[in-house]
Design a protein around this ligand. Structure first.
Ligand code: AVI
Length: 325
């Protein structure tokens, strides 16, 4: 199997972490404190996210999976022989639906997963090699920004960059624009972009998904502090912070925060940072934007990405856009 697997640890990961460290300093020095959501994804955080995907309230993964099951064959027919780059591949569970579709059409399989969690990347790649005897994997451990700049040469006639799971929603509008430019720079004319986004729906459904009754989302949120403690020799006491998530209707986004339960000072020694919290003060750890089909299509179009097909579910809760440059 080792001949069919290459794992590239993107070299600049170390320096990116240094830069990200300054993001932490900046975020925690603002009047309204924020932290970058990428800090959720320690190996433990990635596991917790997998648990979230299984929760009854978290409709996102189930809905997208059902759409993929319906449309994967059509996608494979449209693209023909095509290698799949997946940004934020995680456990690659949904990807299997696409791989199966290409397999069923007798098309060759080449998969290029990208993830910041090297542990998750390696374990899912190894399992995929066992399950798909004809699969070749070129895995990139690092941020998608770096991966998009360092994709290896194409080995099949075309390529599709997949960004499913509504991770786009975790980018603010400015970051979103930059991301689309990076995607189009990485694609050649005629190549594909597969984008999965969560759509607007009644507030109570969305809020339940980010306040699950088993408390997994709360643990996922708090795990960010543990991850920062490990990375930057910090002393966040997770028992003194509480998960808080609500839907901001004017911005069409979930906002996820950690609320300080008391007045306290936290230190991140490696970053030479001391942060004071008032009782009740929050750190915003994530936005999760909910989109509408027309706006996304227009935005994609402004980057030269023409949506060839839009797949949704019966409730119009989730949208999967197959675009071509
Ligand atoms: C990864 N991302 C799309 C998830 C979301 O729904 O925004 C992350 C998440 N945060 C809380 N639950 C899930």
């Amino acid at each position: 199997n080792s001949q069919r697997l290459i794992i590239k640890h993107l070299r600049e990961v170390a320096s990116i972490l240094t830069v990200a460290g300054s993001d932490v300093v900046n975020g925690l020095s603002q009047a309204r404190k924020t932290l970058p959501p990428r800090y959720f994804y320690s190996d433990r955080g990635s596991e917790l996210f997998e648990e979230i995907c299984e929760l009854p309230e978290y409709y996102v993964t189930r809905t997208e999976t059902a759409i993929l099951e319906d449309c994967a064959a059509e996608i494979a027919e449209i693209t023909g022989k095509c290698e799949l780059v997946e940004l934020g591949s995680g456990s690659s569970t949904k990807t299997r639906i696409l791989l199966d579709a290409y397999n069923q059409l007798g098309l060759p399989l080449r998969y290029l997963p990208v993830d910041v969690s090297a542990g998750m990347l390696e374990s899912s790649a190894k399992q995929l090699l066992i399950d798909y005897s004809n699969l070749e994997i070129y895995a990139l451990a690092g941020t998608y920004e770096l991966a998009l700049q360092q994709l290896p040469a194409k080995e099949l006639p075309t390529r599709m960059i997949g960004f499913i799971g509504s991770t786009l929603g975790n980018l603010n509008p400015g970051e979103c624009e930059i991301f689309f430019s990076q995607v189009t720079q990485a694609l050649q004319v005629g190549e594909y972009f597969l984008l999965g986004v969560d759509l607007q729906k009644p507030k109570h459904i969305i809020e339940a998904a980010y306040n699950d009754s088993q408390g997994v989302t709360a643990e996922f949120n708090l795990n960010m502090l543990e991850h920062l403690n490990r990375l930057y020799n910090g002393n966040f006491d997770t028992s003194q912070f509480k998960h808080w998530a609500f839907y901001n209707e004017s911005e069409n986004q979930i906002e996820m925060h950690l609320r300080s339960l008391k007045q306290q000072t936290v230190e991140l020694h490696t970053l030479n940072l001391r942060v004071n919290f008032a009782a009740g003060e929050t750190i915003m750890t994530e936005i999760s934007r909910k989109f509408d089909i027309e706006t996304i299509q227009q935005q994609l179009k402004s980057h030269g990405l023409v949506s060839k097909k839009v797949f949704t579910d019966v409730n119009n809760w989730f949208g999967l856009f197959l675009c071509q440059l």
